[in-house]
Ligand binder design. Structure first.
Ligand code: TYM
Length: 357
């Protein structure tokens, strides 16, 4: 077993990864392909911290019992997807108080103007106009605290988190400039394919767990039949069919594929999903999909996606049963995370001039 102990000085030499996910509803294939797949792939090379960000979740109204259940289910699902807790630190954000503590300090180094430019805040305050709370506005500062506490070198996320990451870098640079080097400046890691999985019903919108239309989002707990039905009913256009030549061009020119996805988002999304589910090259995909009608394409993609997700769901159902084991994992994760976070916070408190006992 390739076990990494974050207290071990040798593992301290590895570059650090930190990423997070909200325990609101289940994991969907946008989370899987935009983020989690990369988390899993990075575990051998990096010292990884993965956090289930319950503090972030309450910026939108939650039902307490559901939030509690979702946190445990998210833990089980992340393990089922391949997060190996012998290699990586998996923990719940509220179990490590330094996140809220550093966020408060960073709030005092972040401008109101900077936060008002965040597109996610603008979008969410329209969606939740009856309950726009201070926490929603300050959300990106808490995210910066998550990242900076662990001195992360890299943050694997989907495209939608890019702006938040840029803000984290700005806050860290400002703090370092005001005092002295305190935080490492984190780099975003955004995958080429999968960074933005689109809704199956409105392919110009990103796939999201809070979509009111249940046909728009594929959850990792969906049955084979549900997955297939959702893909077979996906919205596409009525444009021309693709030829093998088109796929050959896509395979040598990534930009032309990106342009295609932009101009025909429904079909482009399905092709990306097929690519992600099968790990085939665009050339090989051409052999499977070129010249086929939309109905056939959807059936092929539907079968591939159901086959791809089936083993994860089976593992999840097993892992979810052992609640005590999950609690043990989270408790060990919190302890390891706290040991690292504590050091950064202590440094920050000293720099800003808090009187230490
Ligand atoms: P969250 O919980 O919305 O999503 C978790 C991860 O999934 C990615 N993602 C997608 N990728 C591709 N296509 C989609 N349709 C799609 N939907 C979601 C997100 O980009 C993200 O990487 N603010 C974060 C959680 C967070 C965090 C952090 C992330 C809190 N602290 C520190 C990184 C570092 C969020 O709400 O992600």
């Amino acid at each position: 077993m390739n076990s990494v102990n974050p207290f071990d000085t040798k593992s301290g030499n590895r570059p650090v990864i930190l990423s997070g996910i909200q325990p609101t509803g289940g994991l969907h294939i946008g989370n899987l392909f935009g983020a989690i797949k990369n988390w899993v792939a990075m575990q051998d090379e990096y010292q990884c911290f993965f956090t289930i960000v319950d503090l972030h979740s309450i910026t939108i109204k939650q039902v307490p019992a559901e939030l509690r259940r979702n946190t445990l289910e998210m833990t089980a699902m992340l393990i089922a997807c391949g997060i190996d807790t012998d290699k990586s630190v998996l923990f719940v954000q509220s179990h490590v108080p330094e996140h809220a503590q550093l966020a408060w300090v960073l709030n005092c180094y972040t401008g109101m103007g900077e936060l008002s430019r965040m597109t996610q805040f603008k979008d969410k305050s329209v969606q939740h106009s009856e309950n726009i709370v201070v926490g929603l506005f300050a959300y990106p500062v808490l995210m910066a605290a998550d990242i900076l506490l662990y001195q992360a070198d890299m943050v694997p996320v989907g495209e939608d988190q890019k702006q938040h990451l840029e803000l984290s870098r700005d806050i860290a640079q400002r703090f370092n400039h005001n005092y002295s080097d305190t935080f490492k400046i984190p780099e975003p890691y955004i995958p080429q394919t999968g960074a933005r999985i689109m809704s199956l019903q409105e392919p110009t919108k990103k796939m999201s767990k809070s979509d009111g239309n249940t046909k728009a989002t594929i959850f990792l707990t969906d049955s084979d039949e549900e997955i297939k039905n959702k893909i077979r009913r996906a919205v596409t256009d009525s444009g021309e069919l693709l030829t093998e030549k088109d796929f050959e061009i896509f395979s040598v020119n990534q930009e032309s594929f990106s342009e295609f996805i932009y101009s025909r988002p429904g079909l482009g999304n399905l092709i990306s999903l097929y690519q992600l589910a099968t790990s085939k090259s665009l050339n090989e995909i051409g052999k499977d999909l070129a010249g086929k009608g939309f109905g056939d394409i959807k059936s092929i993609v539907a079968d591939a996606m159901a086959n791809h997700l089936n083993p994860t769901r089976t593992r999840y159902n097993e892992i979810r049963k052992d609640e005590n084991k999950l609690k043990e994992i989270l408790s060990a994760g919190a302890e390891k995370a706290h040991a690292v976070a504590f050091k950064t916070l202590r440094k920050v408190y000293k720099k800003v001039g808090f009187y230490a006992l």
